[in-house]
Write a protein that binds this ligand. Structure first.
Ligand code: SAM
Length: 399
């Protein structure tokens, strides 16, 4: 059971707020069910429900964001979209999610992702320049280095798996740190990713930027659905020092995460995971709880991108073609688990405690579980790091 503390602010909606917001959802469900062509989707009933919640609950400011996002999902005509935009613009909170979604709807005229996320590395450029990403990289490099101090490589030419390397910028930094700390002579790298563009981009970047020779094997697959012949290809490289998966295992629902963790457990005794603390996996579709977590996490990213030194073009690509496209797919999803027919929902961020349970359930021992990046100004955890292994060393270190 996860408690609703200040640490979880922006992740879990208190039950009484969720109850109050369900009245907004009901008003929207009613208007959508009785939809009459040409009649405004924002009825008096919807506005009254939003106004009431705004005044009565702690997270009342979230009401227009919730109502506007949910309505944009059902919008069909330009007038419907105008109504949704109008509601989003009523959001007076400091969270920029509503403003970005309103701008997105104005620019694109629909709640569809602009592109297939991860089909190109370009939209990553602005994100890599954000305060978050810089802290994310530094935190991971230090955490992986701390793991490697405890579990040093048995050879100067170790094998390492990276799941979801994207551009390879973070991975190259990790590898160079390990080379320096352990005098490595070469690295045998196994890259697993769903995207041809990412595998090519990460391979090229690492070959150019890592200071020792690399032998790279690329495996193009969803890690949760890896084929036996692909597994056999990786297994031929055993023993594998460790597998690293940063911000890649949240791209599947809970049961698939467990499957991926089990698969990796068959390949190596050590798995290092960095993930986002959020609640986008377990809540049902269309609920205030799901939208609250989506608005909290993505709103933070948008704020961070807007403040970054990236160019305006890079910022727009990072928001529209990457992060907001992800959020739009979550909002559009009709099922908790999505499906490949249904726009291929790809984001299922979960709370740290849920990941820890999944690790234990799949036979891993949790050695370390640490917050890695915290939202500034008294905010909550954004990411956490898990160092999990197959051998109970002195019992579990994390309790
Ligand atoms: C958000 S990026 C993370 C990149 C990098 N590891 C980091 O921490 O910044 C996610 C990466 O995981 C890949 N990915 C998404 N779903 C995946 C899956 N089911 N199996 C393997 N890789 C996946 C994406 O193509 C992308 O390269």
């Amino acid at each position: 059971m996860i408690s609703n503390t200040m640490d979880n602010f922006g992740i879990f909606l208190p039950a009484q707020d969720a109850n109050a917001l369900s009245k907004v959802k009901q008003a929207i469900d009613d208007v959508v069910a009785q939809r009459v062509a040409g009649v405004d989707l924002v009825t008096v009933a919807v506005m009254e429900a939003v106004a009431k919640v705004k005044l009565t609950v702690g997270n009342g400011d979230f009401a227009p964001a919730f109502a506007g996002s949910l309505l944009s999902k059902y919008a069909q005509t330009p007038a419907d979209f105008e109504s949704a935009i109008c509601l989003l613009k009523m959001d007076q909170s400091a969270n920029p999610f509503s403003a970005q979604l309103a701008g997105y709807l104005e620019r694109h005229g629909s709640l569809m992702p602009t592109t297939r996320v991860f089909s190109a590395t370009g939209p990553y450029d602005a994100w890599e320049k954000t305060g978050f990403y810089q802290a994310h990289m530094n935190g991971i490099v230090n955490n992986v280095a701390a793991f490697a101090q405890r579990t040093a490589p048995k050879t100067k030419q170790p094998v390492i798996i990276d799941v979801g390397p994207a551009t390879g910028v973070l991975l190259a930094r990790i590898l160079n740190r390990l080379v320096d700390d352990h005098d490595l002579e070469a690295i045998n790298l196994v890259l697993i990713d769903i995207s041809t563009a990412m595998l090519e981009g990460a391979s090229a970047y690492c070959l150019e930027h890592v200071s020792v020779p690399l032998q790279i094997t690329t495996i193009e697959c969803h890690i949760e659905d890896i084929k036996p012949e692909q597994l056999a290809q990786i297994e031929s490289n055993k023993p594998i020092w460790f597998a690293h998966a940063s911000a890649s295992l949240h791209h599947m629902p809970h049961t698939q995460k467990q499957k991926a963790m089990e698969t990796l457990g068959g390949l190596t005794d050590h798995l290092l995971i960095t993930e986002f603390d959020a609640n986008n996996d377990l809540p049902e579709a269309n609920t205030p709880e799901l939208f609250y977590s989506v608005v909290g996490l993505y709103g933070y990213f948008f704020d961070d991108i807007c403040k970054s030194p990236a160019t305006e073009v890079e910022k727009r690509a990072s928001i529209d073609d990457f992060l907001l496209s992800e959020a739009v797919i979550i909002i559009r999803s009709e099922h908790r688990f999505g499906s490949s027919e249904e726009l291929g929902r790809i984001d299922y961020h979960a709370h740290r405690d849920v990941w820890i349970e999944a690790a234990k359930h799949t036979g891993w021992t949790v050695y370390r579980a640490e917050t890695s990046v915290v939202v500034p100004d008294g905010g909550r955890a954004v990411t956490f790091f898990l160092d999990i292994g197959k051998m109970p060393i002195n019992g579990e270190l994390y309790t």
